[in-house]
Design a protein around this ligand. Structure first.
Ligand code: ATP
Ligand code: MG
Length: 211
């Protein structure tokens, strides 16, 4: 029997993954609130429960054969070492630029200040428009930055826009749409081809879109 390890992004993506995993028999057979590694209901397939930003690393190094991770994380960290065969179409949102609703005009000689958890995506977005910006890296609660004058705008994930509105911010640009993807280790795709392909087929039948 081929042994497979699937790395799951804990938090929001895990919550939205569980129904799909259950459909294909890959739901956890253990306490995912406490354990970092649990068997799935399919013999030979075990699950890792890790932080979203760590999933590409586990898969790229082969510590996991496959992973479920947001497109935002893949875009920020690069995914050259990984295959990305399926779009699971879950945990959907978008990456956007947002600013204070009543922001005064900025002195054009000063660089735009952008607060974000996604410095690479933000830098690339503004560079593509020929704009050199000052990036301020934050780890959470980006909405606060423009309110207290830390930045002019933010680059952040938006789902309904409710959090932005509640904080007096408006979405000024959409950078891209985001959903969760299956990523696969390149070597494992060769050495465990049949087992991985079987799993991808099942996920594709349960709503995953082939890329
Ligand atoms: P950590 O616990 O390591 O800080 P996190 O805060 O990124 O992780 P979550 O907020 O649970 O973890 O999940 C974030 C992921 O969920 C994103 O990478 C994105 O792909 C997806 N996502 C979907 N909708 C949203 C949303 N409205 N806001 C934030 N993330 C979303
Ligand atoms: Mg979080």
């Amino acid at each position: 029997m081929t042994v497979l390890t699937l790395a799951l992004s804990k938090g929001r993506i895990l919550e939205e993954s569980l129904p799909m995993l259950a459909k294909v028999g890959l739901d956890p057979a253990g306490d995912i609130d406490r354990l970092l590694r649990v068997p799935s209901r399919t013999p030979g397939v075990s699950l890792l429960i890790i932080r979203p930003a760590d999933v590409p690393t586990y898969v790229a190094y082969g510590a996991a054969d496959l992973g479920i991770v947001g497109k935002d994380v893949l875009m920020e960290n690069g995914s050259a070492d990984l295959y990305e065969p399926l779009d699971l179409d879950i945990a959907k949102c978008r990456l956007s630029v947002a600013a204070k609703k009543d922001a005064p005009a900025r002195d054009p000689r000063r660089r735009l200040r952008v607060a974000t958890k996604y410095p690479e995506i933000a830098r690339r977005h503004f560079a593509a428009k020929g704009e050199q910006v000052e990036i301020i890296k934050l780890y959470g609660s980006m909405e606060l930055a423009p309110l207290v004058g830390l930045s002019d705008v933010i680059v952040d994930l938006v789902a309904t826009g409710g959090t932005l509105r509640a904080n007096g911010l408006i979405e000024t640009e959409i950078i891209c749409q985001v959903s969760s993807r299956i990523v696969v280790n390149k070597a494992a795709m060769k050495t465990k081809h049949a087992a991985i392909q079987g799993l991808l087929d099942k996920l594709a039948r349960s709503g995953g879109k082939r890329k």
